[in-house]
Design a protein around this ligand. Structure first.
Ligand code: HEM
Ligand SMILES: [Cu+2]
Length: 648
């Protein structure tokens, strides 16, 4: 690609964004320099290996990406609000639904969930950090490199435009010759390596770092779901890695894995993509289920109903999630026998999911429910998600799917699964764990605005899409003519999207307001909760627990409070061994980002030269003999005194 085509040239909207992005970058650099914050950023954030800070960085990135993906969503809704609109042309519509889908799933849902996992899981199991803190930082920085690379496609080189599923032959060089789909292949590969490492890290953490006495069946439900999610990550992500590697080879070096004429097969992509893609849906939904479980138990003030069946159903869902991928392409000629098998496995998933829904309902039954914001999100989740689930069973019927396939009905279905299932959960989790992360709570009143606007807006936006789908509107249509009976539904849906956006704005305002004005005196356990993360200060000190808790039951902290075992004696405090900060993860972020960028543009010499940096990073890291540092007894004592008062 020649240099003069580097910047996307696409009329006033794109030019405006290019200028805005440029100005934002310059002003951030200026502000950080002016406020002399470089050293602080480097020491406290860029090189940190603290799971809580890494979690917060994931969450911040996820919220920013939600904004980007949401703007994409609004642009699409604006374009289809009226028949024959000329707001976006077909090419731009294609690019926007592609970046919207990829960003929402991989750069919004994943980092928000992994971020909350990072903050909460080590605390819930009474550990000082994850098993491999430096690897954890590397995971974040590789995710970040991938996300940034993917996002610049909008202004540098051009966005991918073959859908978030990137089906071949459309995604091949022959039909999409620009660099857009190279971005897809390479940015997702880089981010995926980070995710895979996260999966390994959390499996080891949860298996090996639990506080003494915490058997597997005494783990909090969010830890259980994070554990199973990590296993699915390790099982499914390598498949995507291979698929993306084939895609990269096809596009960059002219191989023919997915080209029929040369002996390849586009169905290979479909199978590999969905072998990863369907489990991916459960990777994002299971931690969400875990969050609802914690929130509902806390605010119903009861222990979780049917803990064992809850665990069994997560394991069941994880197992079945690997056996259903063909339901994404019933119409592509697998035949009735194959379709029937996948139809049955798909419907079977409704059983463990139904078990969970009933467990949540029974947990609330006769509970003294406190209607906090976190709880409101959990309550709204149940009916909204059930609509997503039931329409899923409709789609699972292979014969019926010939009618629903690739229509707006499907688009409505998966938004009804993903928004209540993932986004509501993240909101519940943020309201719930915010005090633990930052030492102050989000405002409950502004939170109510956020809640009602978002939930009403969500239903207004997506409910009409079921009906417009049944009336024959297929997905990914950039425009339509008058008189099809779609205008009313789509117009209403577009208004709904504005209400939804107002809800998101209320969240942003809430974050801003709370940072400035919320009381800094929340105590360690503002919700009277049940699990160990509430047994330490808010925000949690960098070493998490002055003394590793000893666990004797499920809902350990609740029992500790009842039995009066929450205090700390002075003589129990010992020196604490902690890992040191590391520069190499951030260095790898830059190195992978640069190599990835050159590969996208197929500048192979430059890519090879800069790949040397990756090798240097690996070697330097192998010679890093840092053994960490010790927190002195005095420092621990002082920190603990601050929130506990005098130690006895
Ligand atoms: C926040 C409000 C949202 C709005 C207004 C919105 C709107 C839309 C629209 C209009 C489409 C394309 C329909 C078409 O095919 O023409 C779409 C597709 C899609 N959305 Fe959303 N969406 C939102 C949130 C989300 C979230 C939270 C997720 C995932 C967690 C998500 C995942 C997807 C995916 C995967 C696609 C398919 C893209 C493709 O066809 O390649 N969306 N969305
Ligand atoms: Cu699926």
């Amino acid at each position: 690609m020649s240099l003069d085509k580097l910047l996307v040239d696409g009329g006033p909207l794109i030019l405006g964004s290019q200028i805005a992005i440029g100005l934002t970058i310059v002003s951030i650099l200026f502000l950080v320099t002016y406020l002399k914050k470089w050293k602080y950023l480097w020491k406290e954030w860029f090189t940190t290996v603290d799971h809580k800070k890494i979690g917060i960085m994931y969450i911040l990135a996820g919220v920013v990406m939600f904004f980007r993906g949401g703007v994409d969503g609004l642009l699409m809704k604006a374009q289809t609000a009226r028949p024959n609109m000329e707001f976006l042309d077909a090419q731009h519509y294609d690019e926007i639904f592609t970046t919207h889908g990829v960003i929402m799933i991989l750069f919004m849902a994943m980092p928000l969930l992994i971020g909350i996992m990072n903050v909460v899981v080590p605390l819930q199991i009474g550990a000082r950090d994850v098993a491999f803190p430096k690897l954890n930082a590397l995971s974040f920085w590789l995710f970040f490199a991938g996300a940034m690379l993917f996002n610049i496609s909008f202004v540098v080189g051009g966005s991918p435009d073959a859908g978030w599923t990137s089906y071949f032959p459309l995604a091949g060089k022959e039909f999409t010759p620009g660099v857009g789909n190279n971005y897809y292949a390479i940015a997702l590969q880089i981010a995926g390596i980070g995710t895979l490492a996260t999966g390994i890290n959390f499996i080891v953490t949860i298996l090996k770092m639990r506080a003494p006495g915490m058997g597997l069946m005494k783990m909090p439900m969010f830890t259980w779901t994070s554990f199973i999610t990590s296993i699915i990550i390790v099982a499914a992500f390598p498949i995507f890695t291979v698929a993306l590697a084939f895609m990269t080879l096809d596009r960059l070096l002219g191989t023919h894995f997915f080209t029929v004429a040369a002996g390849g097969d586009p169905m290979l992509w479909l199978n590999l993509f969905w072998l990863w893609g369907h489990p991916e849906v459960y990777i994002v939904i299971l931690p969400a289920f875990g969050m609802f479980s914690e929130v509902i138990a806390t605010f119903a003030r009861k222990n979780l109903y049917g803990y064992k069946s809850m665990v069994a159903s997560i394991v069941g869902i994880a197992f079945l999630s690997m056996l259903v991928w063909v339901h994404h392409f019933y119409t592509m000629g697998s035949g009735p026998a194959v379709n029937s098998v996948f139809s049955i496995t798909t419907m079977m998933i409704a059983i463990p999911t139904g078990v969970k829904i009933f467990n949540w309902l029974f947990t609330m039954r006769k509970g003294r429910i406190k209607f906090t914001n976190a709880m409101l999100w959990s309550l709204a989740f149940v009916p909204c998600f059930t609509i997503g689930g039931v329409t899923g069973v409709m789609l699972a019927m292979a014969a019926a799917d010939y009618q629903y396939h690739n229509t707006m009905f499907l688009v409505a279905h998966f938004h009804y699964v993903l928004i209540p299932g993932v986004v509501f959960a993240v909101f519940a989790g943020l309201y719930y764990w915010w005090p633990k992360m930052f030492g102050f709570a989000l405002n409950e009143k502004i939170g109510k605005w956020h809640f009602w606007l978002f939930v009403i807006g969500f239903n207004m936006t997506f409910m009409p899409m079921f009906f417009v789908g049944l009336k024959g509107m297929s997905r990914r249509m950039y425009t339509y003519s008058e008189g099809l009976g779609w205008e009313g539904l789509l117009g209403f849906s577009a208004v709904g999207a504005l209400v939804l956006a107002a809800g998101f704005a209320a969240l942003c305002y809430n974050i801003y307001w709370s940072f400035r004005y919320a009381s800094r005196d929340v105590g360690n356990d503002p919700w009277d909760a049940r699990t160990l993360e509430w047994a330490t200060a808010s925000p949690a000190p960098h070493y998490n627990f002055a003394k590793t808790p000893e666990v004797s039951s499920l809902d350990e902290y609740w029992v500790m409070k009842k039995e009066g075992r929450t205090n700390l004696k002075k003589e129990e405090i010992t020196e604490i061994h902690m890992p040191s900060n590391a520069w190499s993860p951030f260095f790898m972020c830059v190195a992978f980002g640069v190599v990835g960028f050159f590969l996208v543009f197929e500048w192979f010499t430059l890519a090879a030269i800069s790949a040397v940096a990756i090798v240097i990073g690996l070697i330097a890291n192998s010679f890093d003999y840092d053994e960490g540092y010790h927190v002195s007894v005095e420092e621990v004592e002082e920190t603990e005194r601050k929130w506990r008062g005098e130690l006895k």
